[in-house]
Design a binder for this molecule. Structure first.
Ligand code: COA
Length: 180
């Protein structure tokens, strides 16, 4: 994918591009920091298991896998967020489906970065022949829900107690999908 250059809502230079192995250390920092900033991710704070070395291997595998879309967003040259869309199951009967995950540093929320990442990711998925993209989102994640609905995703179910936090509390998740 060619890089997409744009300006954040407060006028900073930003870019969405395909991940590179050199992003590994910044990716680990993103996941470790954001897992402590928000309860809307699948990791407890500090739980992200990759090191810069193992993340480099993960990125190399992703780049070699035609069914894995892995994009990053940068603001003023610094990693601000990431989005991945990946085939859910390699078997023939499931290749029309792909799952989506994304995260942005809290400091950059609400600047339109999620929108550009999502537009780029969905357009790549469509070009790959994916027919539907699916995700799960915590029901109280108003910002995420607003973005997904604006991008055409529809709720098709609720997963009760999809998440159990370390403090013993639960969160339900909406199941969402967009069909092309
Ligand atoms: C969800 C997330 C990826 C969205 O990225 P983002 O860059 O903040 O998204 P954008 O700025 O492009 O759009 C967010 C939209 O939500 C809207 N919004 C913000 N707060 C809102 C709220 N409390 N209620 C409803 N809508 C809200 C914004 O106005 C914006 O819409 P607009 O552009 O029409 O004004 C990002 O906030 C994030 O990483 N959150 C934490 C991790 C997470 O939730 N990941 C997804 C797990 S499924």
């Amino acid at each position: 994918m060619d890089p997409i250059y744009f300006k954040t809502k407060d006028g900073r230079e930003a870019c969405v591009r395909t991940v590179e192995p050199a992003d590994a250390a910044a990716m680990v920092a993103l996941m470790l920091t954001t897992s402590a900033e928000t309860r809307f991710l699948g990791y407890e704070p500090g739980e992200f298991p990759y090191t810069p070395e193992t993340e480099t291997e993960f990125i190399q595998k992703a780049l070699a896998d035609p069914s894995h879309i892995f994009l990053v967003a940068e603001v003023a040259g610094q990693l601000a967020g990431e989005l991945q869309i990946k085939a859910m199951n390699a078997r023939r009967r499931f290749t029309h489906r792909a799952g989506l995950g994304m995260v942005i540093y809290q400091a950059y929320w609400g600047h339109g970065i999620g929108t550009v990442l999502m537009q780029a990711g969905l357009s790549e998925a469509k070009a790959m022949g994916v027919e539907q993209v699916e995700l799960e989102v915590v029901t109280s994640n108003r910002r995420g829900l607003a973005l997904y609905q604006r991008m055409g995703f529809k709720v098709f179910g609720t997963h009760p107690r999809a998440i159990k936090y370390a403090d013993g509390s639960y969160a339900d998740e909406y199941l969402m999908q967009v069909q092309f």
